[in-house]
Design a protein around this ligand. Structure first.
Ligand SMILES: Nc1ncnc2c1ncn2[C@@H]1O[C@H](COP(=O)(O)OP(=O)(O)OP(=O)(O)O)[C@@H](O)[C@H]1O
Length: 235
């Protein structure tokens, strides 16, 4: 049997003494899977637990290796790229500087994503390469946040609500991005926009009150009004 890309086993995550994520289990065998759920259910906190950004317990295995006790920079070095909610680009760096700065830490060999390849993927970023990371539109900032993660040559990209606040035309660019990386980079995608999510992948995990309450097909879930209402508050 192939080793799963990611296995989160009975993971808890805390802010101070407050346990927000409770006993959550999530497996990504490969490809793209989403994490959906109503506001405040703990999706971002689960991603932060994976990236080592909050205190956590339980087991997190990446390609068979336990990473649940590693520090954020060690987790990034293992090949997990993080595209946080809100993009978090630096006002003092241009687009070009963001990509060059992050690429310094890139491992050599493997599937190399250099600056040129990021510009090829997002031509708009090339046009804006001399502008500050925060002088960009929301969509351009999202492309830059993705580009920053890509130049670190991730095997897994963890993306937290990439579609937030984006115009439909930019959402189409993101959908195209997912098609282009399919089979090359695995993705764990936190999303609120179920329409966008369904265009990207049918594999989903629903988070409810700090735990994963459903794992399976998104389209099947949305066809069940009672379950969708209970888990997602829709339908
Ligand atoms: N730094 C913090 N300290 C204490 N509680 C927090 C902190 N950040 C988030 N929380 C709480 O943890 C819970 C889960 O938040 P989280 O951001 O993980 O949810 P989410 O499902 O990602 O929601 P959203 O879709 O709104 O981003 C919420 O009740 C939130 O108020």
């Amino acid at each position: 049997m192939n080793t799963a890309v990611l296995e989160m086993d009975h993971v808890n995550a805390f802010y101070g003494d407050l346990r927000i994520v409770q006993d959550s289990c999530l497996t990504l065998t490969g490809g793209i899977t989403s994490v959906i759920g109503r506001n405040g259910m703990g999706k971002t906190t689960l991603m932060k637990a994976l990236m080592g950004l909050v205190r956590r317990s339980g087991s997190i295995r990446f390609c068979g290796e336990e990473i649940g006790t590693l520090k954020p920079y060690q987790i990034a070095q293992k090949g997990i790229g993080y595209v946080p909610q809100g993009r978090r680009n630096f006002p003092s760096l241009t687009v070009e500087e963001h990509l060059s700065f992050c690429a310094r830490k890139a491992p050599t060999g493997g599937d190399v994503w250099n600056k040129e390849r990021v510009y090829e993927l997002f031509p708009r970023l090339y046009e804006r390469r001399t502008l500050s990371g925060t002088a960009l539109s929301g969509g351009e900032q999202q492309m830059l946040a993705i580009g920053r993660a890509l130049v670190l040559a991730p095997k897994l990209l963890v993306m937290d609500e990439p579609s937030e606040g984006l115009a439909p035309a930019v959402i189409d660019v993101l959908v195209d991005f997912f098609r282009r990386i399919e089979g090359k980079i695995n993705v764990l995608l936190v999303e609120q926009d179920l329409g966008f999510c369904g265009r990207v992948t049918d594999q989903t995990n629903v988070m409810s009150l700090g735990s994963i309450a459903y794992t399976g097909s998104l389209s099947e879930l949305l066809r069940d009004p009672e379950k969708s209402r209970r888990l997602l508050g829709v339908g």
